[in-house]
Design a protein around this ligand. Sequence first.
Ligand code: ADP
Ligand code: MG
Length: 691
Amino acid sequence: MAEKLARLGLRTDADLLLHLPLRYEDETRITAIRDARPGVAAQFEVEVVSCEVAYRPRRQLIARARDATGELTLRFLNFYPSQQKALAPGARLRVFGETRGGFFGEEIIHPRFRVLHGEEPLPDRLTPVYPTTAGLGQPVLRKLIQRALHKADLADTLPDALRRRAATADFSESIRFLHQPPPDVSLADIEARSHPAWRRIAFDELLAQQLSLRRAYTARRSRGAPVLKATGKLTKKLLSSLPFQLTGAQQRVWREIIADLAQPHPMARLLQGDVGSGKTVVAALAMLQAVEAGHQAALMAPTEILAEQHYRKLAVWLEPLGIEVAWFAASVKKKVRDAWREKVSRGETPIAVGTHALIEDAVEFDKLGLAIVDEQHRFGVQQRLALKKKGDGARGAASSAPRPPVGGSEQDLRAWGAMSAHQLTMSATPIPRTLAMSYYADLDVSVLDELPPGRTPVVTKLVDEARRDQVIARVHDACREGRQAYWVCPLIEESEALQLKTAQETYERLTAELPDLRVGLVHGRLKADEKAAVMAAFVRNEIQLLVATTVIEVGVDVPNASLMVIEHAERFGLSQLHQLRGRVGRGRHDSACILLYAQPLGETARARLKIIFENSDGFEIARLDLHLRGPGEFIGKRQSGVPLLRFADLEDTQMVEEARSAAEILLRDYPQAAEAHLARWLAGKEELLKA
Ligand code: ADP
Ligand code: MG
């Protein structure tokens, strides 16, 4: 039983209290058989007339029953002998279920029923139906929850002043109401979750999330981190060597980061910027700041293609300034990696770039001052936790703190041990504001909301697959004119093998159809060095048409590529399409993204294609995506470790904002109430929330 309950996340009484019904059944009244309406669930009180096992068309139990107004057939396709026994002629029953017109009049298939012994009063509350799991029946769950309602602490965790401010209903009233509503309420109201009782629960859930994340935020600010102040000599040099000027947004964000790095506690900042908004140079500047202040910096990216691109770019930018960049990835020979690791651990090489090989190689820093993660949402939860640990307790980070004074107080020692590196995460998947305010409330957020000048907007076209030939002609023209193109293979989520096969076939077909073009293929199953070789050839325009799976989705930057074709675009998610489209429009040339789709289109696929066709702003696309899919899917499978909000609606901006300000007030003025609230909502679940 405990195991089944755990499967539902039910460990404590508080969990049971917050396990709220999916819907309700009205067993408070009896419907006459004559008044039964097909498809509407109702309760009948009947007497069994007959009961027999029939064998045609298959074995089943059929009971006939009646009340003063008519007859009803009860049909069971699976049944226990005990049920057959209970349905003996003459037995009086209360039966609940949906009727339908059958061959012999009204019937119910698999009704819920209870034998009546003497007079039994009808319940005066609606019957809750809870989310459950195999082997855990409603009656058991109801009993457990009833018991929890009696013995658990239902005290309101919100102080009166706050409750009035947020105009929310009383907690215990709301909880009791939702578990056992009186029969006269509007079921439509509760089921639409617009009832004040639901709103109170939703508010509390958001509040718990805010409390947890804001508390983490405050805790971080009480830890120590190296103060990375610098004269700006190196950063000035880099800026003057660049062929462009920073955009206003880049300057603003850069100032925000400098200000954080100069603080004696660790930065935890999320840098959001649409594809192509120029996050890399901001990262480079931040790393230079760390180096100039006598520390090291690390940059980690989720794929080797992306990490290598960063590595090359940083090497080009920084090596002229006399700054060495170490490179860690699976394709780098072990011997070379070992040598890098040695130099990094001695502090001789100030900057390290890599994939998660950075973690796997257990690269130790002498004085890590700043850790940057690009496209952090692409890493799995486990990897992110590992990286966070590295930043939180890295030996390197610790040793960068001032040495503890000999015979120093215990407090000094503790501060020394708790020293952390500054952390910057970057994401090109814009997160809508309410989502950022809720799930990322433990971070500070910077936004690059301006694209560098001179970008040509990408023209998006929706083309029926039937016109594939025209698209091929277009690819041909673009490449003959010296441009380059991507051809993204259809996504086959169910099977990686099939995905691979399709990519191979697409490649062969396009090679045959475009014999005078140099066609290349890149997919996730290539070895890292093979992948790197293909990408390098594409960068040098030795490959004109690159057939690819979504491995190119993230960060690939080849300005001469001006055309992107995405096959079966209807299978891709919105943010994926947006990311893919962001691979073109990076140079001077007019760029286009052709979305090939196959008929017939489902409703959501159609809605997605319409959104991507009509919008180019990543934030707007993200907002519409959130609306289309809800936050669970939006945040994605990769973060499935995150306990998602069960009750709150993230499109309710006002409530998210209220919860946020209530959290601030609670933490400041009512710390005990904050603790009680967190205990009720998040006992044991907090770690995951912060992953
Ligand atoms: P993303 O934010 O998607 O990671 P990148 O950092 O890869 O974007 O930048 C995209 C391209 O824009 C790169 O080629 C980069 O050198 C260039 N770039 C960055 N900032 C500017 C700027 N201020 N003006 C012109 N080009 C820029
Ligand atoms: Mg990038």
